[in-house]
Design a protein around this ligand. Structure first.
Ligand code: ARG
Length: 590
């Protein structure tokens, strides 16, 4: 495993050296290199430098160019405009660098030199409740971020903070006590996720109706909450049944999503029960929290309600009950002090931003978030329907996530089938398998390809379109390469740095070289959409390359065929790696 410096960093280094050699007074100046349409790169740093040194920028630029020694990486450097440098690389440098990437399992992507420990809170549905599109976003974005960070060498601890605690369990458990067979299944061993959810739903509705209509039941339900919190064994055992039943359902949905969630990583709200008392005691003793109207509260200068009154974070309610905040604060203590995290990420709906702002600030004041420990909410926007309003069914209900996934798979299966119609290459089983890979890929990609903070419209038609910024487009790009490689049979991909490259080959090659930089950027800023954008551009470069360069043409010299196979093979590997990080499959045939 060898990390391969990108061409950009190589050029940057050469320019920086030349700057120091030509202008020793400049100190360490940044050449400000960026990609350019005019040449391969443009450096703009000399302009600012000339200002600082009170020199003529074009003249300084010429001196820098002269200071660059003979080498086989830079083909041409032209001073242009007021003092920019337009830089063109040699074809040899491009292919040699790519050959080094190809020789490495990790495509030359380095490990972070100073990896830390990140605890990421994502995929956190609620017990006894249906999963909806909001849970989809958290799961998809969180899983991608987890993979990306791990790929850079970060130690990542997953925490699925499921909603498994709260007063509603009093009502549910009490109802189950009074209707003991409601969670029984005919064939207890083999309950499907769908069946589990159906009975939970039925129980939820029935208990809610009773709770709202029957005062005595309500009172019994309240007592049941107290028993639950006090750890009464019978009550806890029944509570556990709800959790287990819900997990059957969760796992079935995660499975559909082609996502691995591990049981030990599911540490829900209840997991922090034993810490709640102490969390409150520390907050109160340190003065971070104060009593206000019987409740234990934390106040913030800049958080006020519409009436201008301060809105506190309520850590303990006046009736002594603990809420969401107490749990989250205890979770921070656990994650930082016990798990040793230096970064906490929360992949949670933007509508909870105020909650996290207050929780983080409280944890800072309490000293649980020390200097050097950062907490970020990777906040995501709302999924909208075709009408641009929050996604609802025609009846105005929240859309069930499973229905959405099933529909996407059906739709994708149709697309795969019709595409295969005149080729007839795929069996029915293969069509079904590809339908799942394309449909689930489409949903994940649509979610990951826009910046997480933005709302996006859920449009299945568009998501599985073959042309455009979709995962299917990327999957076809990958499958097409595999098909060419199969046709090339005896000829092996082989880099030939001595060859002269066509413009489309250069463009593809330069983009391939940016993979490592992209990963580093995406990991540092928690922006998986930039990886999606990179992959889409890669597939677009590939499309242009096919337009302009034949791979398996009789007219090509053998080394041209080998070199082009080398380029597309590396493209396929890069697509595969990038898409795997996003949780999207790359079938060999489509
Ligand atoms: N269960 C919550 C919901 O469905 C999300 C939990 C987010 N994580 C947290 N640590 N509060 O909205």
């Amino acid at each position: 495993m060898a990390s391969v410096p990108s061409l950009a960093s190589d050029v940057q280094q050469r320019l920086a050296n030349a700057l120091t050699a030509a202008l020793p007074d400049a100190g360490s100046a940044d050449p400000l290199l960026r990609r350019s349409d005019r040449a391969d790169f443009q450096a703009n740093g000399i302009l600012a430098l000339a200002k600082k040194l009170k020199g003529n920028p074009r003249e300084l630029a010429t001196r820098v160019v002269d200071a660059i020694g003979a080498n086989d990486v830079l083909k041409e450097i032209e001073v242009s405009g007021p003092g920019f440098l337009n830089i063109t690389l040699t074809d040899r440098a491009i292919i040699s660098t790519l050959a080094a990437r190809a020789a490495d399992d990790r495509l030359g992507v380095p490990f972070d030199e100073h990896p830390g420990t990140t605890v990421i809170d994502y995929a956190q549905p609620n017990v006894a409740k249906e999963m909806h599109v909001g849970h989809l976003r958290s799961a998809v974005i969180g899983a991608a971020m987890t993979e990306i960070l791990e790929f850079t060498g970060e130690k990542v601890i997953r925490r699925h903070h499921i909603g498994d605690w709260g007063t509603q369990f009093g009502m549910l458990i009490q109802y189950l006590i009074e209707h003991p067979h409601e969670l029984d299944h005919k064939d207890g061993d083999d309950v499907s996720g769908e069946e589990a959810m159906t009975s939970l739903n039925r129980l939820y509705k029935a208990s809610r109706t009773l709770f709202d209509s029957d005062k005595e039941f309500k009172a019994r339900a309240r007592d049941r909450v107290v028993a639950l919190q006090a750890g009464d064994p019978e009550t806890r055992a029944l509570w556990q049944r709800f959790v287990d039943e819900s997990k059957i359902y969760f796992y079935s949905v995660f499975d559909k999503l082609d996502m691995e969630i591990r049981d030990p990583d599911i540490v829900g709200e209840s997991g922090y029960n034993d810490m709640l008392d102490e969390t409150c005691r520390i907050l109160e003793e340190s003065g971070v929290a104060v009593r206000s109207e019987g409740a234990l509260c934390v106040f913030f200068d800049d958080v006020k309600g519409p009436d201008g009154q301060p809105t506190p974070l309520i850590v303990r309610k006046s009736n002594g009950g603990y809420g969401y905040a107490a749990t989250d604060l205890s979770a921070i203590r656990d994650r930082v002090l016990t798990l040793g995290a230096d970064t906490l990420i929360y992949v949670v709906d933007a509508r909870q931003s105020l909650h996290f702002k207050m929780v983080f600030e409280t944890a800072r004041r309490a000293g649980w978030l020390k200097d050097g420990v950062q907490a970020v909410q990777l906040a995501f926007g709302t999924v909208l329907g075709a009408d641009g309003k929050p996604f609802k069914t025609r009846e105005g209900e929240t859309v069930r996530l499973v229905d959405l996934l099933d529909e996407a798979v059906r739709h994708a299966t149709d697309v795969v089938r019709s595409k295969d119609e005149n080729r007839g290459e795929l069996s029915e089983a293969e069509i079904a398998e590809r339908g799942e890979q394309v449909g689930i890929g489409a949903i994940k990609y649509a979610d990951l390809s826009t910046s997480a903070t933005r709302d996006y419209r859920f449009d299945l038609e568009q998501m599985v379109s073959l042309n455009g910024d979709t995962s299917v487009y990327l999957q076809y790009a990958y499958a097409r390469i595999q098909s060419i490689k199969r046709r090339a049979a005896g000829t092996r991909p082989q880099a030939h740095p001595e060859l002269e490259l066509a413009p489309a080959e250069r463009a593809l090659g330069l983009h391939l070289d940016r993979f490592a930089e992209t990963i580093a950027e995406v990991a540092a800023a928690y922006e998986p959409h930039k990886l999606a954008a990179y992959l889409y551009q890669l597939a677009s470069h590939l499309t242009k390359f096919y337009d302009q360069c034949q791979v398996l043409s009789e007219e090509n010299a053998p080394e041209v065929v080998e070199n082009r196979l080398f380029l597309i093979d590396l493209t396929a590997r890069t697509l595969h790696q990038g898409m795997a990080l996003l949780g999207i499959r790359t079938p060999e045939r489509l």
